[in-house]
Design a protein around this ligand. Sequence first.
Ligand code: MG
Length: 158
Amino acid sequence: MNFRIGHGYDVHRLESGRPLRLGGVTIPHQKGPVAHSDGDVVIHALCDALLGAAAAGDIGAHFPDTSPEFRGIDSVELLRRTVGLLEADGWRVGNVDCTLLLQVPKVAPHIAAMRGVMAEALGVEVDAVSVKATTTERLGFVGREEGVAAEAVVLIHR
Ligand code: MG
């Protein structure tokens, strides 16, 4: 079997009065990402990791933020389409591991829901989807609550 790994990273600026969508789940908070899509950094990092593993470009190339087709789009749909692109090339997802960097709010109560939503879109069992979250100890743009970031690592095979 042929195995590949991939890594993805994404950041969005946070502003008051926008919905905070992370890992396909809406989390109650007074700030949310400024973005063309729903600004879901967890899923954007995950899509880039998947595309990176397949050496198939990046999320911006496949789903350009200049296209009206993707304005306000649910990133879960972008994840489904990304998996579809890989599957068309014979790739299957092995497992994924995501790290969310966010100062507030606490996301622990929402991790199980994120794993479920993303597992379904990925076509894998929930135990193949890891989501972890950390603050940055009030350091940097994440610590100042100016932005949210995420990293993802994936394994694919065919
Ligand atoms: Mg993004």
